[in-house]
Design a protein around this ligand. Structure first.
Ligand code: GLN
Length: 264
């Protein structure tokens, strides 16, 4: 009987020691996993195939571009760290609505249709749509010439919406702007329509010699960062940070880095 009690006590003792041991081992993840001192995380969604606004560097690791620098600066100003996730453009608003993202920055045009679903920040960049064709294509000189032609656009974008309005046009909706350029190169379409700075950057940087952008600007569009309607405080914080970056010259610095001149 005594022996049994002793065994029980010994077992209990070793359990206690084990538990204490575990407790000690627990300390590390508990403190690093808690909020202890590190910046809060802002979950940012982008479609990183839209140079010079968002793209991955040659090693495919870092997200680069005007939007990426801007959101990092905005997040820093707000005391957050931006955690950037790469998502298809047409999946960005659904991801925000389902609570998987806090904010979208993706060269996204502010329009009424999107305003039904999200809150936009103040405008941060002025854009519009242009056409790219092969240099030897003399039939297409302006948007109305796209009637009856095959045109590649990125799915879910303002380009897709605007080009569909043209009579008899055959629209090919592809996943990214890079895909639209490849389609033109491969001869699958007569033209592509994208945001002007993206078309211009492609012509300047891709090394492709046999294409040209047309002058006509179809629309005037403002880019905004999108946030959930459930979080109006975040919209206020972002606008305040954006204002600060305009005042302290940081916005102009980032603008110059990507577009070579200070914003007019
Ligand atoms: N500005 C366009 C839009 O909002 C295209 C954006 C994009 O392709 N990233 O629809």
């Amino acid at each position: 009987m005594k022996k049994l009690m002793l065994i029980c006590m010994a077992a209990l003792l070793s359990l206690t020691v084990l538990a204490a041991g575990c407790g000690g081992g627990d300390k590390k993840p508990a403190s690093s996993g808690g909020s202890g001192g590190s910046a809060k995380v802002l979950r940012v969604g982008t479609n990183a195939d839209f140079a010079p606004f968002e793209f991955q560097d040659v090693n495919g690791k870092e997200y680069e571009g005007f939007d990426m620098d801007l959101i990092r600066a905005v997040a820093k100003e707000m005391g957050y760290k931006a955690d950037i996730q790469n998502i298809n453009f047409d999946g960005l608003i659904p991801a925000l609505e389902s609570g998987n993202l806090d904010l979208i920055i993706s060269g996204m045009t502010i329009n009424d249709e999107r305003k039904q679903k999200v809150n936009f920040s103040d405008p941060y960049y002025k854009s519009g749509l242009t056409i790219i064709v092969k240099k030897d294509n003399t039939a297409i000189k302006k948007f109305s010439d796209l009637a009856g032609k095959k045109v590649a656009v990125q799915i879910g974008t303002t380009s897709a919406k605007e080009v569909r309005k043209i009579n008899g046009v055959e629209v090919k909706e592809l996943n990214s702007s890079a895909d639209t350029f490849m389609e033109l190169k491969a001869g699958g379409v007569d033209a592509v329509v994208n945001d002007r700075p993206v078309n211009d950057y492609y012509i300047a940087k891709s090394g492709v010699k046999d294409v040209r952008a047309l002058d006509e600007l179809l629309t005037s569009e403002d880019y905004g960062m999108a946030m959930s309607k459930k979080n109006p405080d975040l919209q206020k914080e972002v606008n305040a940070a954006l204002k600060k970056l305009h005042e302290n010259g940081e916005y102009d610095k980032i603008y110059k880095k990507w577009f070579g001149e200070a914003k007019k």
